[in-house]
Design a protein around this ligand. Structure first.
Ligand code: CP
Length: 339
């Protein structure tokens, strides 16, 4: 069924079109299944999945835990504030502790970029079989979010067959704090891989010009891009110009916790210039869906009334699709581990 070869899932820059197809096809099958009760799937029976979230999360952690339980895994969660991290234990020693307890898969979130990759390398060097799945690291990457956003868009455009090809030639606008967003970076890899053109919109302090070249070369240390022809990345500053002809828009939270300088002083001005509202959507020229990865600053990047309008805003679909996507990732990774 699949040529899946990712023992660890750290970043979408290494994903081929086949990889995206495998995840979306499986997620589409899992979407239709019951997630609780006696009819759980046995795929991860006997496996221990631990969620090592060194940074807070509501959606990602809970949906990974639900996904793992739906596949019959044992699940152990970890809370840094009640853990030995507060006594100075390092993320590596924490990870090794869970490996020693028999964890087959660690889902890792950290505020510093590349911590999941460093853990994966350290475990490989020690000969540990435990797989690492990146649950979001610093500005760098949030692969399961990029995949669930892709799945949500593919399902919107083609509910019967939500495959990567559904995105070919689509124009997807991402508005807001791209600079600090691991979600935007994962979406850039995923959407351009599927042939979508991505328009980035925001002030220069949050959308630097260099993002136009973001997917032009593989990241350092990666030999080649597995995608032959990617969609384009365009930068447009005025929201009105960016939204013209758009097929979907994703708006992002201003990530104040990652801003080490005061890049924005006036949130009201930001809302006027870049806030997504029923009114600004009129510039698209046709009805389009609105995505938001959450959590939301209501009334800043999106109006409260639009957020509540589930005929346009797909935020709840993104959350429920997140469980199916995470089931698909766990399923594919567990299959590798068993080989
Ligand atoms: N989208 C996302 O990563 O949300 P959480 O921080 O709640 O996991």
């Amino acid at each position: 069924m699949s040529n899946w070869s990712h023992r660890h899932v750290l970043d979408l820059s290494t994903f081929s079109v086949d990889d995206y197809s495998s995840v979306l096809e499986l997620a589409n099958r899992f979407r239709a299944l019951p997630r609780t009760g006696a009819r759980k799937l046995p795929a991860l029976q006997g496996k221990l999945v631990a969620t090592l979230f060194f940074e807070p999360s509501t959606r990602t952690r809970s949906s990974f835990e639900l996904a793992a339980k739906s596949l019959s895994a044992d699940v152990q969660s970890f809370s840094p504030s009640n853990s030995s991290i507060s006594k100075g234990e390092t993320p590596l020693d924490t990870a090794l502790t869970y490996v020693a307890m028999g964890a087959d898969l660690l889902i890792v979130r950290h505020s510093s970029s590349n911590v999941p990759e460093q853990l994966a390398n350290s475990l490989e060097q020690r000969g540990a079989k435990t797989a690492i799945l990146n649950g979001g690291d610093g500005f760098h990457s949030h692969p399961s979010q990029g995949l669930l956003d892709l799945f949500t868009l593919a399902t919107f455009f083609n509910p019967k067959s939500p495959l990567p090809s559904t995105l070919l030639g689509k124009r997807i606008v991402i508005v807001g704090d791209i600079l600090h967003s691991r979600v935007a970076r994962s979406n850039l890899w995923a959407l351009t891989a599927c042939g979508a053109d991505v328009v980035l919109c925001g002030p220069p302090s949050l959308v630097p010009e260099q993002f136009a070249n973001f997917v032009d070369a593989p990241p350092p240390g990666q030999a080649e891009d597995p995608i032959q022809k990617r969609g384009q990345i365009l930068i447009m500053r005025p929201l009105k110009e960016a939204l013209k002809g758009a097929d979907a828009v994703m708006t992002l939270r201003l990530q104040k916790e990652r801003m080490n300088q005061n890049l924005l002083t006036d949130l009201n001005r930001y809302h006027i210039d870049y806030g997504i509202t029923h009114k600004s959507l009129e510039w698209c020229g046709k009805p389009i869906p609105v995505l938001h990865p959450g959590p939301v600053n209501r009334g800043v990047e999106i109006s409260s009334s639009l957020l509540n309008d589930r005929s346009i805003c797909l935020i709840e679909k993104q959350v429920s699709n997140g469980i199916s996507i995470r089931m698909a990732l766990l399923y594919l990774m567990a299959a590798i581990e068993s080989n």
